[in-house]
Design a binder for this molecule. Structure first.
Ligand code: NDP
Ligand code: HSE
Length: 429
């Protein structure tokens, strides 16, 4: 397919990412054309508001109000879908693939729910379906995993995959600023999803983890199989107390193939402050991939925003322009196995946040409950007094998640327990 004819791009969505793609093509077009072997030309665009200034010259591109009509235009070879969601975006992607056209998308929500069906549709028509921008923004992790590591049996993939959450957690830590103010900043900077509850609830990051797991383990995307917990219950006190004990709080995704099936977890975890993942600041993402031959490969970079995401979109377009076509999830869609879900979680140490009545014997009662559940205490610290309340943090030795849950239920039932206890996993990274 590569040649000197331009690759004709239909750009659906002119928001943060779409406008970023236009700017990147305008600024680096000649170098991109040289690398692609031919120019990339945006021949048609689609958005809701035709009158809005997008900061780029669109006079050479046709306007289509309907993204499906955009996808089916004869002067569009490849659809770039950066609308988001599963409404018009999905319809346009289905239409393009059905017509045998290549698709580049940043839409992890759509792929997490419809990835297997879209991959089958792409295979049926021999069309490319590329999604580098959907996971970890500017980090070329899909290319690394799909093309750089096929000699490995992948054993674990983990990552900090949501820029908004990491921005919130690290900015709160640094400035002591209020959660709502920091989230508003992340929205203003173009990091957050249209509905930021999807970010802070862990759902966006879980979409990305499910996609990475499918590629890593050769399975169909199983978003419903991800155990998800967001950052809503994390307080500034948790962040400070974790730091006090040598850790940082990260919304961390882990996918691992256990003996009985696939384990996928997205939850706030403590990671060692001195580790690569522990050192991530702001909107930075990281993905660590473990393979039996290579060991651990960790990639770090900006996980959201116009420039980084546009960079990933252009990477896919250049591959398509050069005729580098591979199956969307590394294997033909028909060969992707439906994963069994693992029923045993891997063991970990836990951080327990307790709010106890400040009176003699309170800690002894807690220790008894932990002992009854065979949960062993590694470290413990009481953080002064708030009136009659004593905030206490306990770090446990490694144990199973369900054991910790049972112990927490026991602690919550004690009359010395003044607020629901919270447990955060301490992940070895
Ligand atoms: P924005 O909300 O900034 O942009 C969405 C664009 O889609 C807007 O231009 C909007 O038009 C257009 N649009 C909405 N509905 C329609 C419709 N029915 N027909 C045609 N156009 C429509 O989103 P982002 O650019 O931030 O995100 C786009 C996608 O990229 C999402 O899937 C997101 O998850 C993903 N993504 C975003 C990243 C980021 O950092 N922002 C990073 C990685 C992935 P109008 O402008 O006229 O309202
Ligand atoms: N809302 C997403 C984030 C955008 O904050 O990571 C990048 O996928």
């Amino acid at each position: 397919m590569a040649g000197t004819e331009p690759l004709r791009v239909g750009l659906a969505g002119l928001g943060t990412v779409g406008a970023g793609v236009l700017r990147l093509l305008a600024g680096n077009g000649a170098a991109i054309a040289a690398r692609a072997g031919r120019p990339l030309r945006v021949t048609a665009v689609s958005a809701r508001d035709r009158a809005r200034d997008r900061g780029s010259d669109l006079s050479g591109a046709a306007w289509e109000a309907d993204p499906v009509a955009l996808a089916l235009r004869p002067d569009v070879d490849v659809l770039v879908e950066v609308i988001g969601g599963t409404g018009p975006a999905l319809a346009a992607v289905e239409a393009a693939l059905g017509a045998g056209k290549a698709v580049v998308t940043a839409n992890k929500a759509m792929l997490a729910l419809h990835g297997a069906a879209l991959a089958a549709r792409a295979d049926a028509r021999g069309a490319a379906l590329r999604w580098e921008a959907a996971v970890a923004g500017g980090i070329p992790v899909i290319k690394a995993l799909g093309e750089g590591l096929p000699g490995n049996r992948i054993t674990r993939v983990m990552g900090v995959l949501n820029g908004t959450c990491n921005y919130i957690l690290t900015t709160m830590e640094k400035t002591g600023a209020d959660y709502a103010d920091v989230l508003a900043d992340a929205q203003r900077l173009g990091y957050a999803e249209a509905d930021p509850a999807v970010d802070v609830g862990g759902i966006d990051a879980a979409h990305k983890l499910a996609l990475l797991a499918a590629l890593a383990f050769g399975t169909r995307v199983d978003f419903a199989g991800v155990a998800i917990r967001g950052i809503g219950e994390i307080t500034l006190a948790d962040i400070r107390r974790a730091a006090d004990m040598g850790y940082r709080v990260k919304l961390l995704g882990v996918a691992r193939m256990n003996a009985d099936g696939l384990e996928q977890r997205m939850e706030p975890c403590l990671v060692p402050a001195g580790s690569t993942l522990g050192g991530l600041e702001g909107v930075t993402n990281a993905v660590a991939i473990e393979g039996d031959a290579v060991g651990q490969v960790t990639m770090v970079g900006p996980g959201a925003g116009a420039g980084p995401t546009a960079s990933a979109v252009i990477g896919d377009l250049v591959d398509i322009a050069r005729g580098n076509v591979r199956p969307a999830f590394g294997l033909p869609a028909a060969a992707l196995a439906r994963p069994e879900r693992s029923s045993v979680g891997s063991e970990a140490a836990y951080y327990l946040r307790l709010t106890l009545r400040d009176r003699p014997g309170a800690l002894a009662q807690v220790a008894t409950v932990l002992g009854e559940h065979d949960v062993s205490i590694d470290r413990m610290r009481q953080y002064g007094h708030r009136g009659t309340e004593a905030p206490v943090v306990i770090l446990t030795h490694p144990t199973e998640g369900r054991t910790v849950s049972a112990a927490l239920a026991g602690i919550a039932a004690l009359d010395v327990s003044l607020a629901d206890p919270v447990a955060l996993r301490i992940e070895e990274v």
